[in-house]
Design a protein around this ligand. Structure first.
Ligand SMILES: [Fe+2]
Ligand SMILES: [Fe+2]
Length: 307
């Protein structure tokens, strides 16, 4: 892909609003001008596209795009439901970057503003969280999964009494919790069916790989590293990689552990049927109960049933 452009998803844009940036599409590997800055996309044009189709914007106009997105989120006449969609769609491109781009430094930097946007949105729109949760994809791609875990974690963290600053750390920790999967063979990540012992052993290295990746960058807090390194620890002390006993697991990593499992259970993978939210929570509060922080299990139930 040409580094002079960045991609956005069609679902980030509303019809009938002048766009302060140029839009390009790629046709046969060439960037073709689709819309000039200042013009609007008609609802008919948008209807012909898939939400996940891509437009490309010149890097030089990145700030215009960001200002535009945050501007739309501030508009009173835009319903919370649509704002949630804009926020989610405009975030997915960044989350993809975490996994597709060899250098995570840029995504680490960009994630600050992104999660700040989510935290503000939750604060300003009482219904915002519910809308964001209802947009969870239920498809398993590592980046959808990371964003969904981010949304659930923010919901849980807020009810657990986290401050805004703490929520921002937690949200970023969620986005990067599986960053170590970059170093796991893609055939293992995408395998349909259960993993064999050798494959499983490699998969279980991802918290360790993730820590190594994050250690390459300055400015990554201990909390964010813990979300990555400790999210497969269990309250029983038999998780991996460190077999930490419950009280030694970082509080934010406990939130990632619980929301990670919830997302895995309610998501369609090739080899299992997704559980309904109710079945997933029943399962987690009975069969899996001892693996999680008991206070957080209670809060998870509240978050998911407040909707
Ligand atoms: Fe994981
Ligand atoms: Fe995960």
């Amino acid at each position: 892909m040409d580094s002079r452009y960045f991609n956005i998803r069609v679902g980030s844009l509303l019809p009938d609003r002048p766009l302060p940036f140029d839009l390009f599409v790629v046709i046969q590997n060439r960037y073709v001008h689709y819309l000039r800055a200042g013009n609007t996309l008609s609802p008919e044009k948008i209807a012909k596209l898939n939400q996940s189709d891509r437009f490309f914007i010149p890097q030089s106009q990145r700030q215009n795009f960001k200002d535009f997105i945050y501007g739309q989120l501030a508009l009173e006449e835009v319903p919370a439901e649509i704002k949630a969609q804009i926020l989610r769609e405009s975030s997915l491109a960044l989350v993809e970057e975490i996994y597709e781009n060899p250098d995570v430094g840029k995504a680490l930097a960009d994630s600050k503003e992104l999660i700040h946007g989510f935290v503000k949105f939750m604060e300003q729109e009482p219904e915002g969280m519910g809308h964001l949760i209802s947009l969870s994809s239920h498809d398993f791609y590592t980046y959808n999964h990371s964003l969904d875990v981010g949304v659930y974690a923010l919901g849980l963290g807020r009810l657990a009494g986290y401050s805004e600053v703490e929520l921002e750390e937690l949200g970023r920790g969620a986005l990067f919790h599986d960053v170590g999967k970059k170093w796991v063979d893609v055939d293992i990540i995408c395998k349909k069916g259960a993993l064999d012992d050798v494959e499983w052993a490699q998969m279980k290295n991802h918290p360790e790989y993730g820590l190594q990746i994050l250690n390459e960058y300055e400015d990554v807090s201990e909390a964010i590293k813990a979300c990555c390194y400790e999210h497969h620890e269990s309250f029983l002390g038999n998780g991996y990689p460190q077999e930490l006993p419950g009280e030694e697991i970082h509080p934010m990593a406990r939130i990632i552990a619980i929301t990670d499992t919830y997302d895995a259970l309610t998501t369609q993978r090739s080899y299992n049927k997704p559980m309904t939210p109710k079945d997933a929570i029943d399962f987690m509060t009975t069969k899996l109960k001892d693996r999680y922080d008991p206070d957080l299990l209670k809060i998870l139930r509240e978050v998911m049933f407040a909707l």
